[in-house]
Ligand binder design. Structure first.
Ligand SMILES: NC(=O)c1ccc[n+]([C@@H]2O[C@H](COP(=O)([O-])OP(=O)(O)OC[C@H]3O[C@@H](n4cnc5c(N)ncnc54)[C@H](OP(=O)(O)O)[C@@H]3O)[C@@H](O)[C@H]2O)c1
Length: 258
């Protein structure tokens, strides 16, 4: 299978690196106008090119990872060079209807919302598609299943998926940073504090996913009555921990919806 990624920035490169590591039988091309910063990808077997049309007619799936204002230019450039393609767009705010209208009925539009943990096969890639493109979407699902989980969602939730799944990476990292800062204050050097904080988050996430349980059930296992965990946790809640997170996520969603 040949994958053609247009827009070799943060997300495009993360997907390319993920696919090159976790899906060895796939040939990957990444394009961007200025390729100087991503030439190193060639050493990992990824083709890098500044021409968006480079071998594009051979691609099984074209993935768009450019900014919303760049997408029209890209499509105007590549559409005359392709026929009957699957075009998977990670471009935030670009609806299936708008994409399909732009690319025409001969191509299948699929909407994806991965995150940069795709590089480590740990993305939550939400996907939405029209029923008529179920078969083509299945190929995209199969591809991104190599890079983490692929929840199929109703397209009207795509903005929410952007906030929870893509912006969510930043929220989680801020939690790790705050834990690290606290860790330094209570005695660890920064590297040790970061290593403990990050591993603890990974462990908590793995428990939730592997045990398929509610976080609060697991919290019960950690909180001894009158113990140090519950007093800390309650203090965090008094300071607005859950509330600030919920408000932040809703603010991000308002921003995305304009
Ligand atoms: N970053 C994330 O975590 C994330 C997660 C989910 C979805 N997204 C969505 O993915 C898209 C890309 O986000 P990003 O953070 O990866 O942005 P980014 O780092 O700015 O990457 C965009 C890339 O597109 C390239 N580009 C611009 N015009 C181009 C053209 N005409 N032809 C080919 N390449 C072109 C740019 O490089 P040159 O200027 O050198 O061409 C740049 O490397 C956005 O729509 C974003 O909303 C991002």
């Amino acid at each position: 299978m040949k994958i053609h990624i247009i827009g070799g920035g943060n997300l495009g490169v993360a997907i390319a690196l993920g696919l090159s590591q976790f899906a060895a039988d796939r040939k990957i091309t990444v394009t961007r106008r200025n390729t100087s910063g991503i030439q190193y990808l060639e050493q990992k077997g990824i083709t890098v090119n500044s021409d968006n049309k480079h071998n594009i007619q051979e691609a099984d799936i074209i993935i768009l990872t450019v900014k919303p204002y760049q997408v029209d230019t890209v499509l105007d450039e590549i559409l005359p060079a392709i026929s009957n393609k699957i075009i998977a767009s990670a471009v935030s705010g670009l609806t299936l209807e708008a994409l399909q209208a732009k690319i025409g009925e001969q191509h299948a539009a699929v909407r994806i919302m991965p995150n940069i943990a795709a590089e480590f096969a740990a993305s939550a890639t939400c996907i939405a598609f029209a029923e008529k493109h179920k078969t083509e979407a299945q190929k995209v699902i199969s591809l991104f299943s190599d890079l983490g989980t692929v929840p199929v969602i109703d397209e009207k939730l795509m903005d929410a998926a952007t906030v929870l799944g893509a912006c969510g990476t930043a929220y989680a990292l801020r939690y790790i940073r705050a834990s690290m800062q606290a860790g330094i204050e209570i005695g660890f050097d920064s590297q040790t504090a970061l290593a403990i904080a990050a591993q603890t988050v990974m462990g908590a996430a793995q428990m939730v996913m592997k045990e398929n349980t509610h976080p609060e059930q697991l919290i019960d296992k950690v909180t001894t009555p009158q113990g140090c965990t519950i007093v800390g946790l309650n203090e965090m809640e008094h300071q607005g921990f859950s509330s600030s997170l919920i408000k932040g996520i809703k603010t991000s969603l308002q921003k995305i919806k304009g």
